[in-house]
Design a protein around this ligand. Structure first.
Ligand SMILES: Nc1nc2c(ncn2[C@@H]2O[C@H](COP(=O)(O)OP(=O)(O)OP(=O)(O)O)[C@@H](O)[C@H]2O)c(=O)[nH]1
Ligand SMILES: [Mg+2]
Length: 247
């Protein structure tokens, strides 16, 4: 840990050349505490990493981890977390679907006593502006059903089980690696934070906006949604039936 860095922001990227510089600029504009941004790029064919390397030359708080062998969202976030030196840890998507201007609200929640602040589409004031076609409407519906089921089956007062927009105190992740190959890691993480770490978790509303540039790695077809939904449910089922590990 470095006492001069309040916040480490992990930014996983795969083919985000049209988004990454906007995200880095937005972070600079909205974050008033000392922070480092760690971009973890998996050798994107569109050369996102090249843009970041160039940007980092004039922005010492921006770091690049350019991975040429490993792949995957969860493993990218884990790799970024290993390098992170801030007192607070956070990560978010780099498709501008999670608005950097909501980060101060997440930080304020921590300042006010929360251990973990999660950007949430499913609390009052939050939303999802992506339901512009049948594919995305289905995704939104599945995500909502999953959220209700997750909270009910796991016995936690929590709504947005597939958020992926989170700030938390470093000590709450000390002995934990994110598990899974995509968004399902978030369900296990939240459950762990509630049940094992007894964390005070607060959901802060945000409105998720559709990606404008680049391609989604998940929202491509119905079959993909249902496969993912099935995977999420399997994780919920496994957690429900696994003994809770004491911290
Ligand atoms: N490093 C790395 N980043 C990834 C990988 N897959 C996705 N990402 C990043 O993870 C974030 C989420 O990916 P998206 O394609 O937006 O997927 P999603 O948010 O689940 O799907 P949408 O709902 O369509 O936005 C983005 O910042 C991606 O660039 C990967 O294999 N490696
Ligand atoms: Mg996204």
């Amino acid at each position: 840990m470095n006492n001069n860095i309040e916040l480490s922001i992990i930014l996983p990227t795969y083919n985000e050349k049209d988004n990454i510089l906007d995200v880095l600029t937005e972070l600079e504009k909205h974050i008033k505490v000392s922070y480092e941004a760690i971009v973890v790029d998996d050798d994107s064919p569109d050369k996102t990493w090249e843009l970041v390397a160039h940007y980092a030359e004039t922005h010492p708080n921006v770091k690049l981890l350019h991975r040429t062998r490993d792949r995957g969202l969860t493993s990218a976030i884990n790799a970024g977390l290993k390098l992170a030196q801030g007192r607070l840890l956070m990560w978010m998507d780099v498709d501008l679907s999670m608005p950097p201007h909501r980060i101060p609200a997440l930080l304020k929640a921590i300042e006010d006593g929360a251990d973990v602040a999660v950007g949430s589409r499913y609390v009052l004031g939050g939303g999802d502006a992506r339901a512009v076609n049948i594919l995305l409407t289905t995704q939104l519906l599945l995500s909502k059903v999953l959220s209700i089921l997750g909270g009910w089956m796991l016995g936690c007062k929590f709504r947005d089980w597939s958020s992926g927009f989170i700030v938390l105190k470093r000590e709450f992740l000390a002995e934990y690696d994110l598990k899974g190959d995509y968004g399902e890691y978030f369900i296990s993480l939240i459950y762990y934070l509630f049940k094992t770490k007894k964390a005070n978790i607060i959901e802060i509303p945000y409105v998720l906006t559709p990606r404008i540039h680049g391609e989604s790695k998940t929202a491509t077809n119905f079959l993909g949604f249902f496969k993912r939904g099935h995977k999420y449910l399997r994780v919920i089922w496994q957690l429900k039936h696994a003994p809770v590990v004491k911290a």
